[in-house]
Unconditional design. Sequence first.
Length: 301
Amino acid sequence: MNSSSEVGTTEVNSEPSSDQGLADKIKAMAVEFGADVVGIAPAVRWDDFVPEGYRPYDLLPGAKSVIVVGTRGPSAGAWRSPNPRVMEVLGLDFANDRAIAALTGWVETETGHMAIQAPGLPVTGHQPPFSYMLAAVLAGLGTRSLAANIILNPRYGLLYYSACITKLDLPADPMLEQDVCPAPMCVQTYKHIGRTPCMAACPADDGGCLDGSIGEDGRIEEAYYNRERCVSRAMNFGPVAFQKVLVDLATEEDQDVRHSKAQSDFFSRSCSGVAFYKESVAQCFECMRVCPVGRQERKLK
Ligand code: SF4
Ligand code: SF4
């Protein structure tokens, strides 16, 4: 396990600490509930990054802290499968959500302070009421990357995040001082070919989604991510696909065509994605497959 306090170096805010022992206990419980990493951010950290309406205390009045957990998705073996569809249909069961649900209950029961699972799913468009990505950054668990803005953890790379907002006033973890992306080898690759591995895997100027530049200081200078294109490739079988096919079916006048569309593999997978929410996790991992961050953790026998 890697708590954010092990990876950060600088305390950005100096909010009062209430109980380090309790914070350590909460982190230990999060790990027991399935988290690979856990970090704590003070609610006031949001003030500098998001407008009113998207801050922890807009969701839980009086909120003081946000506990963020991250879990790995596909196993090391799944990443190495020669069949890329293995990753599509595995179903990751959202271990991060399971962990945060259990932890939220534990916080209320054991500490007597209010807590809620932060709502990370969008209610309109792609805009969630609460950004797990920002929460992960503010809790010191990772930094934004050139690959679709994914928050990379320095040890594990791609992780799935969830958060618990609570009125408990907990000691904060520092945000990471060092950018995780670009990795040193990506800076070298960029110097040689003008692209990092993720950009080369999904180049915006050749039908893909990613572009950007790295400055002389080795940091991200510019980042471009075509989200609409990525969603159409990586999210084909979730609720959005189900809605599209439903309209298509409802307006199809030819009974035979309607029947065959309803029985098609595409609609079956869309139904499966909605019913079990398994196939909708992602259908493309190519930018992450080539990313060196976290690769060490996936080197098993
Ligand atoms: S998930 Fe796939 S489509 Fe989206 S940016 Fe990465 S490689 Fe491109
Ligand atoms: S491959 Fe990974 S570390 Fe390298 S630039 Fe892309 S996201 Fe960043």
